[in-house]
Design a protein around this ligand. Structure first.
Ligand SMILES: Nc1ncnc2c1ncn2[C@@H]1O[C@H](COP(=O)(O)OP(=O)(O)O)[C@@H](O)[C@H]1O
Ligand SMILES: Cc1ncsc1CCOP(=O)(O)O
Ligand SMILES: [Mg+2]
Length: 277
Protein backbone atom coordinates (compact mmCIF):
# COMPACT_ATOMS: atom_id res chain seq x y z
CA UNK A 1 0.00 0.00 0.00
CA UNK A 2 1.24 3.48 -0.87
CA UNK A 3 1.96 5.89 1.94
CA UNK A 4 -0.29 8.90 2.38
CA UNK A 5 1.16 12.32 1.45
CA UNK A 6 1.39 13.04 5.20
CA UNK A 7 3.66 10.05 5.72
CA UNK A 8 5.86 11.04 2.77
CA UNK A 9 6.13 14.59 4.09
CA UNK A 10 7.08 13.11 7.46
CA UNK A 11 10.04 11.26 5.96
CA UNK A 12 11.12 14.34 4.00
CA UNK A 13 11.00 16.60 7.05
CA UNK A 14 12.91 14.03 9.08
CA UNK A 15 15.60 13.60 6.41
CA UNK A 16 16.02 17.37 6.20
CA UNK A 17 16.27 17.69 9.99
CA UNK A 18 18.90 14.97 10.11
CA UNK A 19 20.95 16.39 7.21
CA UNK A 20 20.79 19.82 8.88
CA UNK A 21 22.03 18.31 12.14
CA UNK A 22 24.94 16.63 10.34
CA UNK A 23 25.84 20.00 8.80
CA UNK A 24 25.56 21.86 12.11
CA UNK A 25 27.26 19.32 14.38
CA UNK A 26 29.80 17.94 11.88
CA UNK A 27 30.22 14.54 13.57
CA UNK A 28 33.68 12.99 13.53
CA UNK A 29 33.44 9.62 11.77
CA UNK A 30 36.27 7.11 12.11
CA UNK A 31 36.52 5.03 8.94
CA UNK A 32 38.41 1.74 8.83
CA UNK A 33 37.87 1.11 5.15
CA UNK A 34 39.27 -0.36 1.97
CA UNK A 35 41.91 1.40 -0.13
CA UNK A 36 39.55 1.82 -3.11
CA UNK A 37 36.95 3.76 -1.16
CA UNK A 38 38.99 6.09 1.02
CA UNK A 39 38.85 9.11 -1.30
CA UNK A 40 35.15 9.01 -2.25
CA UNK A 41 34.10 8.09 1.28
CA UNK A 42 36.00 10.99 2.86
CA UNK A 43 34.69 13.41 0.24
CA UNK A 44 31.10 12.18 0.67
CA UNK A 45 31.30 12.81 4.42
CA UNK A 46 32.83 16.25 3.88
CA UNK A 47 30.20 17.20 1.29
CA UNK A 48 27.47 16.24 3.77
CA UNK A 49 29.09 18.35 6.49
CA UNK A 50 30.63 15.53 8.55
CA UNK A 51 34.30 15.10 9.43
CA UNK A 52 36.01 11.92 8.18
CA UNK A 53 39.17 10.34 9.60
CA UNK A 54 40.68 7.23 8.04
CA UNK A 55 42.40 5.95 11.19
CA UNK A 56 43.05 2.22 11.23
CA UNK A 57 46.15 1.40 13.27
CA UNK A 58 45.45 -0.85 16.25
CA UNK A 59 47.85 1.34 18.25
CA UNK A 60 45.73 4.47 17.77
CA UNK A 61 42.33 3.08 18.68
CA UNK A 62 42.52 3.53 22.49
CA UNK A 63 43.30 7.23 22.07
CA UNK A 64 41.27 8.03 18.97
CA UNK A 65 38.03 6.03 19.02
CA UNK A 66 36.76 7.61 22.29
CA UNK A 67 36.73 10.98 20.48
CA UNK A 68 34.60 9.97 17.50
CA UNK A 69 30.83 10.24 17.16
CA UNK A 70 30.57 7.03 15.08
CA UNK A 71 32.70 4.30 13.52
CA UNK A 72 32.42 2.85 10.01
CA UNK A 73 34.06 -0.54 9.36
CA UNK A 74 34.39 -1.82 5.78
CA UNK A 75 36.06 -5.14 4.85
CA UNK A 76 36.56 -4.36 1.15
CA UNK A 77 40.31 -5.04 0.98
CA UNK A 78 40.53 -7.19 4.10
CA UNK A 79 43.80 -8.82 5.14
CA UNK A 80 44.75 -10.61 8.37
CA UNK A 81 46.48 -7.61 9.86
CA UNK A 82 43.45 -5.27 9.58
CA UNK A 83 40.93 -7.45 11.38
CA UNK A 84 42.24 -6.91 14.95
CA UNK A 85 41.92 -3.13 14.54
CA UNK A 86 38.38 -3.48 13.18
CA UNK A 87 37.35 -5.66 16.11
CA UNK A 88 39.11 -3.54 18.70
CA UNK A 89 37.51 -0.31 17.43
CA UNK A 90 34.06 -1.93 17.26
CA UNK A 91 34.37 -3.34 20.80
CA UNK A 92 35.47 0.02 22.15
CA UNK A 93 32.67 1.86 20.33
CA UNK A 94 30.09 -0.50 21.83
CA UNK A 95 31.62 -0.18 25.30
CA UNK A 96 31.46 3.62 25.02
CA UNK A 97 27.90 3.60 23.69
CA UNK A 98 28.90 4.96 20.29
CA UNK A 99 27.16 3.77 17.11
CA UNK A 100 29.12 1.75 14.60
CA UNK A 101 28.20 0.64 11.08
CA UNK A 102 29.45 -2.40 9.13
CA UNK A 103 29.84 -2.71 5.35
CA UNK A 104 30.32 -6.44 4.63
CA UNK A 105 31.84 -6.00 1.15
CA UNK A 106 31.77 -9.27 -0.84
CA UNK A 107 30.82 -11.18 2.32
CA UNK A 108 30.15 -14.44 0.44
CA UNK A 109 33.28 -14.36 -1.73
CA UNK A 110 35.55 -16.41 0.57
CA UNK A 111 35.50 -18.28 3.84
CA UNK A 112 38.03 -15.86 5.32
CA UNK A 113 35.88 -12.85 4.51
CA UNK A 114 32.64 -14.49 5.63
CA UNK A 115 34.12 -15.57 8.98
CA UNK A 116 35.50 -12.07 9.56
CA UNK A 117 32.12 -10.49 8.73
CA UNK A 118 30.29 -12.91 11.05
CA UNK A 119 32.72 -12.09 13.88
CA UNK A 120 32.07 -8.38 13.28
CA UNK A 121 28.29 -8.94 13.20
CA UNK A 122 28.72 -10.59 16.62
CA UNK A 123 30.07 -7.26 17.92
CA UNK A 124 26.63 -5.75 17.47
CA UNK A 125 26.90 -3.06 14.81
CA UNK A 126 24.10 -0.48 14.99
CA UNK A 127 23.61 -0.83 11.22
CA UNK A 128 24.82 -3.26 8.54
CA UNK A 129 24.60 -1.89 4.96
CA UNK A 130 25.33 -4.18 2.04
CA UNK A 131 24.07 -4.98 -1.43
CA UNK A 132 21.60 -7.84 -2.02
CA UNK A 133 24.19 -10.58 -2.47
CA UNK A 134 26.15 -9.52 0.61
CA UNK A 135 23.10 -9.48 2.88
CA UNK A 136 21.92 -12.88 1.57
CA UNK A 137 25.42 -14.39 2.10
CA UNK A 138 25.60 -12.99 5.66
CA UNK A 139 22.11 -14.11 6.53
CA UNK A 140 22.72 -17.66 5.27
CA UNK A 141 26.34 -17.62 6.54
CA UNK A 142 27.37 -19.23 3.28
CA UNK A 143 30.11 -18.78 0.70
CA UNK A 144 29.14 -19.17 -2.95
CA UNK A 145 29.82 -18.07 -6.50
CA UNK A 146 29.68 -14.26 -6.47
CA UNK A 147 30.38 -11.26 -8.64
CA UNK A 148 32.88 -10.10 -6.02
CA UNK A 149 32.02 -6.67 -4.68
CA UNK A 150 29.04 -6.27 -7.05
CA UNK A 151 25.61 -7.76 -6.47
CA UNK A 152 24.03 -10.54 -8.49
CA UNK A 153 20.71 -9.98 -6.67
CA UNK A 154 18.14 -7.21 -6.62
CA UNK A 155 17.74 -5.59 -3.20
CA UNK A 156 14.12 -6.77 -3.21
CA UNK A 157 15.36 -10.41 -3.43
CA UNK A 158 16.99 -9.89 -0.03
CA UNK A 159 14.06 -8.61 2.07
CA UNK A 160 13.49 -11.86 3.97
CA UNK A 161 17.25 -12.37 4.44
CA UNK A 162 17.51 -8.81 5.76
CA UNK A 163 14.64 -9.30 8.20
CA UNK A 164 16.07 -12.53 9.60
CA UNK A 165 19.56 -11.02 9.83
CA UNK A 166 18.10 -8.04 11.70
CA UNK A 167 16.30 -10.35 14.12
CA UNK A 168 19.38 -12.55 14.65
CA UNK A 169 21.88 -9.70 15.03
CA UNK A 170 19.86 -6.91 16.64
CA UNK A 171 21.25 -4.55 13.97
CA UNK A 172 19.33 -2.38 11.51
CA UNK A 173 19.88 -3.91 8.06
CA UNK A 174 20.06 -1.81 4.89
CA UNK A 175 20.15 -3.41 1.44
CA UNK A 176 21.09 -1.04 -1.37
CA UNK A 177 19.92 -1.27 -4.96
CA UNK A 178 17.29 0.26 -7.22
CA UNK A 179 15.18 0.45 -4.05
CA UNK A 180 17.14 0.73 -0.81
CA UNK A 181 15.55 -1.54 1.79
CA UNK A 182 15.83 -0.78 5.53
CA UNK A 183 14.54 -3.10 8.24
CA UNK A 184 14.79 -3.62 11.98
CA UNK A 185 13.32 -7.11 11.60
CA UNK A 186 9.74 -5.83 12.01
CA UNK A 187 9.36 -2.62 10.04
CA UNK A 188 10.50 -2.51 6.39
CA UNK A 189 10.82 0.67 4.32
CA UNK A 190 12.07 1.29 0.80
CA UNK A 191 13.98 4.43 -0.20
CA UNK A 192 13.26 4.93 -3.88
CA UNK A 193 15.86 7.52 -4.79
CA UNK A 194 19.06 7.21 -6.82
CA UNK A 195 20.03 6.41 -10.40
CA UNK A 196 21.41 3.19 -11.91
CA UNK A 197 24.62 4.98 -13.02
CA UNK A 198 25.67 5.11 -9.32
CA UNK A 199 26.59 1.43 -9.66
CA UNK A 200 29.17 2.41 -12.31
CA UNK A 201 31.20 4.43 -9.80
CA UNK A 202 33.34 2.36 -7.46
CA UNK A 203 32.77 2.93 -3.75
CA UNK A 204 29.33 4.54 -3.91
CA UNK A 205 28.11 1.69 -1.69
CA UNK A 206 31.00 2.17 0.73
CA UNK A 207 30.36 5.92 0.77
CA UNK A 208 26.65 5.67 1.50
CA UNK A 209 27.52 3.33 4.40
CA UNK A 210 29.75 6.07 5.83
CA UNK A 211 26.93 8.58 5.30
CA UNK A 212 24.66 6.25 7.28
CA UNK A 213 27.26 6.37 10.09
CA UNK A 214 27.14 10.18 10.06
CA UNK A 215 23.33 10.24 10.20
CA UNK A 216 23.21 7.65 12.97
CA UNK A 217 25.89 9.62 14.85
CA UNK A 218 23.57 12.61 15.17
CA UNK A 219 20.43 10.56 15.96
CA UNK A 220 21.57 7.28 17.54
CA UNK A 221 18.19 6.61 19.17
CA UNK A 222 16.54 6.62 15.72
CA UNK A 223 19.02 4.50 13.78
CA UNK A 224 16.28 3.02 11.57
CA UNK A 225 15.04 6.44 10.45
CA UNK A 226 18.55 7.88 10.16
CA UNK A 227 19.60 4.99 7.90
CA UNK A 228 16.63 5.47 5.56
CA UNK A 229 17.27 9.24 5.47
CA UNK A 230 20.96 8.83 4.59
CA UNK A 231 20.17 6.41 1.75
CA UNK A 232 17.47 8.70 0.38
CA UNK A 233 19.66 11.83 0.62
CA UNK A 234 22.57 10.11 -1.18
CA UNK A 235 20.14 8.91 -3.85
CA UNK A 236 18.75 12.43 -4.35
CA UNK A 237 22.29 13.76 -4.77
CA UNK A 238 22.76 11.10 -7.45
CA UNK A 239 19.49 12.07 -9.20
CA UNK A 240 20.39 15.76 -9.32
CA UNK A 241 23.99 14.97 -10.24
CA UNK A 242 22.81 12.79 -13.13
CA UNK A 243 21.02 15.77 -14.71
CA UNK A 244 24.45 17.36 -15.23
CA UNK A 245 26.57 14.24 -15.80
CA UNK A 246 27.84 12.70 -19.04
CA UNK A 247 28.90 9.39 -17.46
CA UNK A 248 30.36 7.87 -14.26
CA UNK A 249 33.29 10.26 -13.86
CA UNK A 250 31.24 13.43 -14.11
CA UNK A 251 28.45 11.89 -12.01
CA UNK A 252 31.00 11.33 -9.24
CA UNK A 253 31.81 15.05 -9.27
CA UNK A 254 28.22 16.25 -9.63
CA UNK A 255 26.96 13.85 -6.95
CA UNK A 256 29.35 15.41 -4.41
CA UNK A 257 28.41 18.94 -5.50
CA UNK A 258 24.71 18.10 -5.27
CA UNK A 259 25.07 16.54 -1.82
CA UNK A 260 26.85 19.69 -0.64
CA UNK A 261 24.20 21.99 -2.12
CA UNK A 262 20.97 20.19 -1.14
CA UNK A 263 18.36 22.61 0.21
CA UNK A 264 15.21 22.10 2.23
CA UNK A 265 12.73 22.49 -0.63
CA UNK A 266 14.58 19.91 -2.76
CA UNK A 267 14.79 17.41 0.09
CA UNK A 268 11.09 17.81 0.98
CA UNK A 269 10.08 17.43 -2.66
CA UNK A 270 12.32 14.49 -3.56
CA UNK A 271 12.55 12.17 -0.54
CA UNK A 272 10.71 9.03 -1.60
CA UNK A 273 10.51 6.55 1.27
CA UNK A 274 7.58 4.14 1.54
CA UNK A 275 6.50 1.42 3.92
CA UNK A 276 6.85 -2.10 2.52
CA UNK A 277 5.02 -5.24 3.65
N1 LIG B 1 19.52 0.54 -10.05
C1 LIG B 1 19.71 1.54 -9.21
N2 LIG B 1 18.90 2.62 -9.23
C2 LIG B 1 19.08 3.65 -8.37
N3 LIG B 1 20.09 3.69 -7.44
C3 LIG B 1 20.91 2.64 -7.37
C4 LIG B 1 20.78 1.51 -8.22
N4 LIG B 1 21.74 0.63 -7.91
C5 LIG B 1 22.46 1.16 -6.91
N5 LIG B 1 21.96 2.38 -6.57
C6 LIG B 1 22.47 3.26 -5.53
O1 LIG B 1 23.89 3.23 -5.61
C7 LIG B 1 24.47 3.26 -4.30
C8 LIG B 1 25.39 2.05 -4.14
O2 LIG B 1 24.58 0.92 -4.07
P1 LIG B 1 25.08 -0.51 -4.55
O3 LIG B 1 25.63 -0.43 -5.93
O4 LIG B 1 23.94 -1.45 -4.32
O5 LIG B 1 26.19 -0.83 -3.47
P2 LIG B 1 27.55 -1.62 -3.61
O6 LIG B 1 28.43 -0.66 -4.37
O7 LIG B 1 28.01 -1.83 -2.22
O8 LIG B 1 27.26 -2.87 -4.38
C9 LIG B 1 23.32 3.30 -3.32
O9 LIG B 1 23.11 4.64 -2.93
C10 LIG B 1 22.13 2.79 -4.13
O10 LIG B 1 20.91 3.35 -3.71
C1 LIG C 1 36.42 -2.68 -6.21
C2 LIG C 1 36.69 -3.04 -4.80
N1 LIG C 1 37.49 -4.11 -4.50
C3 LIG C 1 37.63 -4.30 -3.20
S1 LIG C 1 36.81 -3.15 -2.28
C4 LIG C 1 36.21 -2.38 -3.67
C5 LIG C 1 35.31 -1.21 -3.62
C6 LIG C 1 33.89 -1.63 -3.48
O1 LIG C 1 33.05 -0.50 -3.35
P1 LIG C 1 31.48 -0.62 -3.41
O2 LIG C 1 31.08 -1.76 -2.52
O3 LIG C 1 31.00 0.66 -2.86
O4 LIG C 1 31.11 -0.86 -4.83
MG1 LIG D 1 29.73 -2.51 -1.47
Amino acid sequence: MEDSPEESRGWGAQAWAQLSAVRQRSPLIQCITNFVSMDLMANTLLSAGASPAMVHSLHEIPDFTPNVQALCVNVGTLTDDWLPAMKSAAELAVRLGKPWVLDPVAAGASGFRLRACLELVGLRPSVIRGNGSEIIALSKASVGPTKGVDSSHESTDAVEAAKSLAQASGSIIAVSGAVDIVTDGERVVGAQNGVAMMQRITATGCSVTALVAAFVAIDPLHAFEATASALSIFGIAGEIGMDMAKGPASLRMHLLDSLYGLDQATVLRRVNIINLP
